[in-house]
Design a protein around this ligand. Sequence first.
Ligand code: ADP
Length: 491
Amino acid sequence: MKYFEKLLIANRGEIAIRVMRACRELDIETVAIYSDADKNALHVKYADEAFHVGEAHPSKSYLNMERILDIAKKSGAEAIHPGYGFLAENYRFAKLCLDEGVTFVGPRWKTIKAMGSKIGSKQMMREAGVPVLPGTEGGISSIDDARKIAAEIGYPVIVKASAGGGGIGMQIVNDEKTLEEAITGSQRIAKSAFGDATVFIEKYLVKPRHIEFQVLADEHGNAVHLYDRECSIQRRHQKLIEEAPSPIMTPELRERMSKAALRVAEASDYSNAGSVEFLYNQDNFYFMEMNTRLQVEHTITEIITGVDLVKQQIAIAAGESLTFEQKDLSIRGHAIECRINAEDPLNNFAADPGKIVRYRSPGGPGIRMDSGIHMGYTIPPNYDSMIAKLCAWDSTRPEAIKRMRRAISEYIILGIKTTLPLHYAIMNNQAFVEGNTHTHFLQEEHIFSTLERYKRDEEARMQTLAGSFDQGKKVAAITAAVNMYMQQKKE
Ligand code: ADP
């Protein structure tokens, strides 16, 4: 069964390759697009055809809807997969595709539009009986109203951009004195980042967990959930480590949360793959938002369920019905994802793009690597700093953690700073090992002082490992590196 002959991937990097891999397995030809900064990128080499889309700046390339549709038509692509980021949650693009007769691999544009408004979607879920955090029901109309509502729900509160994403425009407010400043600041950021200055207030939970549910729905009214993911380890409100399932999940909680997630999908007339995000605190959970796209962390759900989410997305977009029901799904083992970003964790996660002078990715049992990088590749400064995703699976959580430590110890990236040493520190952190994570984990767990100690040794380890691969002394070097870490762990 061939869903499409040819599909265009309106994205770059690891996610473009991820989608192309599914296409290759489905015998669908692939069309890549690339900007001036991506002429030598791996996704261009992987695709069957590649078209230049414009200048490096995203607005001139990966966000240029008309140009991308032109390329789809010129190349004969019948469908477009947007990946995540860029145009993935842009309802205008989904609508344009529909108007132009090209299949958009994602939900209906009306659903994307409704869920793109945090205010609108919260309102919709309130009406559908899904728990939401107390706060303003609409946008903030005046500072006086905002003061009144904040006093009612009690500080701390959080000011958020209705059109927001990527943690941009969020401000935590601890008392009335800073409320006005936070609102005007957030409005200014929202206006320039999203073209919409609407902001709202909700109760700020001090140490919640971020738990989300993956859902899949076809265009014929069938929907399933593919269990939960815990995404509490974050920097700047953005995820750094995800795991599936959540370490605190119980059958009873899963029953309650998955029901709510499916209610969200139903209320929004959902089709295709999506994620329903909740904040969890003291046995209560609250709908935060729905991401109407494939998520970065879809990998760990694929690992524990055995379902290829990208293939499902493509089948659904082609009008197919889901071929399985909820009762056919189950969880096998535990999976963890580490986001490898070209950033310096010891310098406030400052981006560190540049040339990768040595590279060797880990492998072996239970390891999945999704990346768009390779030895000699120069990471352009124009895009997101996430360059690879390292996933580890094993039959239990403690074993998955050990496997992740082993994989990190094999991983060599020289020439740029990355989040790899931070991941190693977290994998060895007692609170993490015990599953005690929350969204303030990084601030509280003194990870950075541990990391400071690791830093010099990490650099030495990279050099030793890199050298040893040239000299064929791999095993000894890896053993030495692992022993070195074990030593540090004991300290
Ligand atoms: P974005 O769409 O910008 O990514 P989200 O609404 O998904 O923003 O929130 C991202 C993260 O911000 C959450 O995972 C959580 O860590 C934090 N956050 C958001 N709202 C709250 C809240 N009301 N209380 C506590 N933390 C919050």
